[in-house]
Design a binder for this molecule. Structure first.
Ligand code: GAR
Length: 194
């Protein structure tokens, strides 16, 4: 991570594909008095991602990249990240897998939030699978991104009890609440020694 010089803040790009509640939450957190980061770019693979409204609302630059060709898409994203002097990438509901080459360009500078207690339930449909497997707990994890899906070093996790009548929807809502608590905390944790 680059050192903070004086009051210079870390420039963050948040990648989204959908609702963007984590994006909104991180933006709000970035406005707090002692926040060490600034969200300067929102990247989306989806033109219709609801979360793009927050880029508009808070006057943050946005980059929408079509993923018909991964190589081209990532090339465009990397160019935009460089142009905007991005120090750190936060994946927040970004539903595309980044290539090894992309990750190499931002080694240890990409973090992700995942809706399960990793290493359990990597990939998709985490809540559904946790309920079907009669797990007592689900939860969420913030972790560094490496070249293996949902497998990088864990920064923070939060457990959420699965209730008897939970459906995937009710569980998702409760887990999302915890995501909004741990994502800023995880950022604070990795930026605190700067
Ligand atoms: C969140 O639950 C996040 O953990 C999950 O997508 C949701 C996005 O919600 N991410 C993944 O599943 C990544 N594999 P949001 O758009 O409201 O932040």
């Amino acid at each position: 991570m680059p050192k903070l010089i004086g009051i210079k803040k870390i420039n963050i790009a948040v990648f989204i594909s959908g609702t963007g509640s984590n994006l909104k939450n991180l933006i709000n957190y970035s406005f707090k008095k002692n926040s060490k980061f600034k969200i300067v770019l929102v990247v989306s693979n989806n033109l219709r991602a609801k979360g793009l409204i927050y880029a508009k609302q808070f006057k943050i630059k946005k980059k929408i990249v079509h993923y018909s060709n991964i190589k081209n898409a990532e090339k465009k994203i990397l160019e935009t990240l460089k142009k905007n002097k991005i120090d750190l990438i936060c994946l927040a509901g970004f539903m595309k897998i980044l290539s090894k080459n992309f990750i190499k360009n931002f080694k240890n500078k990409i973090i992700n939030i995942h809706p399960s207690l990793l290493p359990k339930y990597k990939g998709l449909n985490t809540h559904q699978r946790a309920i079907e497997n009669k797990e007592k707990y689900s939860g969420c994890t913030v972790h560094f991104v490496n070249s293996k899906l949902d497998s990088g070093k864990i920064i923070l996790q939060k457990k959420v009890k699965i209730l008897k009548n939970d459906t995937f929807k009710t569980l998702k809502i409760r887990v999302l609440k915890q995501e909004h608590l741990i994502y800023p905390k995880a950022l604070k944790k990795i930026l605190s020694n700067l």
